[in-house]
Design a protein around this ligand. Sequence first.
Ligand code: PEP
Length: 256
Amino acid sequence: MKKFYIGTNWKMTKTLEEGLLYTRELKKVSEQLDHSKIELFIIPSHPSLIPIKSEIEDSTIKIGAQNMHWEERGAYTGEVSPLMLQEIGMDIIELGHSERRAYFNETDKAINKKVHAALNANMKPLICIGEKLDEKENNISVETLSKQIKLTLKGLNKEHLPHILLAYEPVWAIGENGIPADSAYVSYIHGEIRKILVDLFEETGSQVPILYGGSVNLDNYLSYFEDKNVNGLFIGRAAWDMISFEKILKTCHSLL
Ligand code: PEP
């Protein structure tokens, strides 16, 4: 049985103090989980990474950063480098979240450079892809995702593939104004993403975990979890509240 991934990106929502309180609660929950079944990860804001990393040192929770530059060093004010994130023990680097694409003009080409940089620094890129509402309405979701996959994974070979994670996050389903996606639609799209990966990388393409994210909540998480095409859940708001996150984690765990 493969591990099921469950993780959360805190975005810009938690101060260090709030993040530490949250992490202490999450540690108690994680102690009750069998980590051969669930890979649990958190993605705090940059200033919290070092203290939160030391808080989870004695646990099996994995930690990641929300973004990074692709260069090791240089005159890039406000950026952090792969070298810096590797030095503080990051497991995962989240790349290409739709908010970074929308508000910070992040392109597939830039994400691709970051993917290579993360892999070179022995950290797992968690690459976010997703179509916008008008792309869905014009029936070009799969074409859009195919383009994003081909461009963000450009230059990778089969040896890299076991070290990457993909998150399908339809832009129209994310955040406060997001419309939760129908699980049949998610299943279909995950199947199409898998076909694209297998076309590109043959058998190794079938090994890449494909997580789903976008308004996952207590009412719908099981519908995604139960789908064999979904290898993990990437959760925002419903994971920032420990009561709902604990319920999601424990229920999924009991069903694995
Ligand atoms: C996200 O923004 O990546 C996300 C999944 O958020 P939410 O679950 O709150 O829609």
